[in-house]
Write a protein that binds this ligand. Structure first.
Ligand code: MFK
Length: 539
């Protein structure tokens, strides 16, 4: 008798196999655009399911290295990334994973195209989305700044498709004083006699993807007041023409739970030359375009990891036999996967909706109400999808039983890498408070969200969606009335309830979008299931 051998999970073309992505793109992209961009998505789907995925499994044990000294005692602080990351950089540039958003061949919908590429690319490249997110955010921040000298110098490198010319950007914000309360930053900027250049002195405590050619960072010009307003936004180039760090010491790489391919470092800036991006104050406000772009990438990365987990779990369910039948035929296993599928589809629609709005804001097509909606939904989407990705990754591992807990299956990394998503780029609580800050900016802060939800529900005709639509309306009413109550009850009540409030907004918007796409595709399963998965989290 042949001994039992378990077939491992495998991946097909990750574009062709993704019903949700394809059905969504067919709804939002004009037919001729879809025809034009589909080849690029199919090719990325092929790479993600084949060459990149194979290399990812081979590269599993490799990690970036830091060499601080050469043989002759020179400080070199050389970073080497792993083979997967080297290939990922080339593919990202050639396939325009950043560039597509800036070439704008299809106006505001170019953002959707770019996010679809990023979504396919991310799960096979071990968080190479981190340097790409910061590169995209830096390009947007520099373009918004109006600083023509820096735009001419850096942006062409950030958005090129030529791998030899491609630069990535870092986002150096976090210091020992804190990652959330950035206004406490201690790095000092001293002006040079030329009046244009500054030199930066300080310690940066958590700088991701340190192999980048440039960075945007915050520092306090000498004499400026404390707090975020006293900081200024600076541009710097990390290495000179000989490849030596420009008065930057890389003290060590972080030993992290996940994102282990990302070279994350502690730095000392000891006179690093830097230039102001805008004025010599208001650094936090001036870096916010970068924050908002990386928060979009965070959401896209969250849904991409959820999708990868489900693709593997669904394939495995057909191959794994237990108690007399494949798992895919077991009602309880199918029910478990269907719940994860509903969470994933909900997160997908919210992340891509924010991509649509981001694209509109970049092409000045956006209406004022939608600009306010984007400001609120960016933190809401980031915090909601971050939490969903950890939950889904954990459950995905469980669907494999013990195999999901064993490193050389390549599965545990899904959970470790997902766990960063609710932490970096603003924790869940910090983003819940940012949601309140965004709502405070206008008289009736929730009205753009209410309009967006109404637009989703007004097309619904299918009776099977009626209960789910009622859940949306009831959760939205509850959120609106809680906000009025909490604002009257005082800052302590408002702050204590902020997370439950923001998650309720996120899940309510997700359900409204799911209902809309269920109506358009006549497939109600995910919307109906998600409606009973805890939408209103407010006490
Ligand atoms: C996989 C994809 C992801 C890739 C990730 C790449 C690697 C990640 C590396 C990192 O993690 S980098 C560190 C990330 N750090 C953060 O995200 C910081 C989290 N903390 C916050 O977001 C705080 O809310 C914040 C630092 C902004 C609070 O600082 P302040 O100084 O108390 O801000 P304040 O005074 O409330 O706001 C200053 C101004 O900025 C205000 O405008 P005005 O000056 O006009 O009044 C705010 O409205 C504005 N602002 C703040 N956040 C904004 C914003 N404007 C637009 N969008 C925002 N998000």
């Amino acid at each position: 008798m042949t001994p039992f051998q378990q077939a491992p999970p495998t991946l097909g073309n990750q574009y062709d196999d993704d019903r949700v992505l394809r059905s969504y793109l067919a709804q939002v992209l004009p037919g001729d655009m879809l025809k034009e961009v589909e080849e690029s998505l199919r090719e990325m789907g092929r790479l993600a399911g084949a060459d990149l995925y194979e290399l990812q499994l081979e590269d599993r044990l490799n990690e970036p290295t830091l060499t601080q000294w050469d043989a002759w005692g020179n400080r070199i602080d050389k970073i080497e990334v792993t083979p997967l990351w080297r290939l990922a950089e080339r593919i990202a540039a050639e396939h325009g994973v950043v560039a597509t958003a800036y070439e704008q061949k299809h106006g505001s919908l170019s953002r959707v195209h770019q996010c679809a590429l990023a979504y396919l690319f991310t799960p096979s490249t071990d968080i190479y989305s981190c340097p790409l997110a910061m590169t995209d955010g830096a390009a947007r921040t520099l373009l918004n700044s109006g600083n023509q000298m820096l735009i001419d110098r850096a942006v062409p490198h950030l958005i090129t498709r030529d791998p030899k010319e491609f630069w990535t950007a870092g986002q150096w914000m976090t210091e020992l004083t804190g990652g959330s309360d950035v206004g406490l930053s201690e790095t000092i900027a001293k002006p040079e006699p030329d009046g244009k250049t500054f030199r930066l002195y300080g310690r940066k405590w958590f700088t991701s993807a340190i192999a980048s050619q440039i960075a945007l960072t915050l520092a306090r010009p000498e004499g400026n007041p404390p707090g975020g307003r006293g900081l200024a936004l600076f541009y710097l180039e990390t290495r000179d023409e000989h490849g030596r760090p420009r008065n930057i010491q890389i003290n060590r790489l972080k030993d992290k739970l996940g994102t282990r391919k990302v070279p994350t470092a502690e730095l000392t800036l000891d006179g690093t030359p830097a230039q102001l991006v805008k004025e010599s104050t208001d650094g936090v406000r001036n870096i916010s375009p970068l924050l908002n772009v990386t928060r979009l990438w965070n959401g896209i990365s969250a849904v991409s990891l959820m999708r990868r987990g489900l693709a593997l779990a669904s394939d495995f369910a057909q191959k794994r036999v237990a108690f007399g039948a494949p798992l895919s035929e077991k009602p309880l296993h199918r029910d478990t996967l269907a719940t994860l599928q509903a969470e994933t589809e909900a997160a997908f629609h919210l992340a891509f909706y924010v991509a649509e709005l981001t694209g509109q804001s970049e092409t000045s097509e956006i209406l004022e109400n939608d600009a306010r909606l984007l400001r609120v939904l960016t933190p809401v989407m980031k915090l909601t999808t971050g939490k969903q990705s950890v939950m889904v990754a954990s459950e995905v591992l469980e669907t494999f039983g013990g195999a999901g807990y064993v490193e050389d299956t390549g599965l545990p990394v899904l959970l470790r890498d997902s766990q960063v998503l609710p932490i970096w780029e603003g924790t869940t609580n910090v983003l819940a408070l940012d949601t309140l800050r965004a709502l405070r900016g206008s008289d009736n802060g929730l009205s753009p969200l209410e309009s967006a939800i109404t637009r989703c529900l007004e097309i619904v005709q299918d009776e099977r969606l009626a209960d789910a639509a009622r859940v949306v309306r009831s959760a939205l009413d509850h959120a609106a009335s809680w906000l009025v109550y909490a604002e009257q009850a005082g800052p302590e009540v408002l702050e204590a309830g902020a997370r439950r409030f923001a998650l309720t907004l996120g899940r309510t918007m997700e359900l409204a979008l799911l209902i809309k796409y269920a109506q358009l595709s006549h497939d109600c399963a995910a919307a109906r299931r998600f409606a009973s998965s805890g939408i209103d989290l407010i006490f």
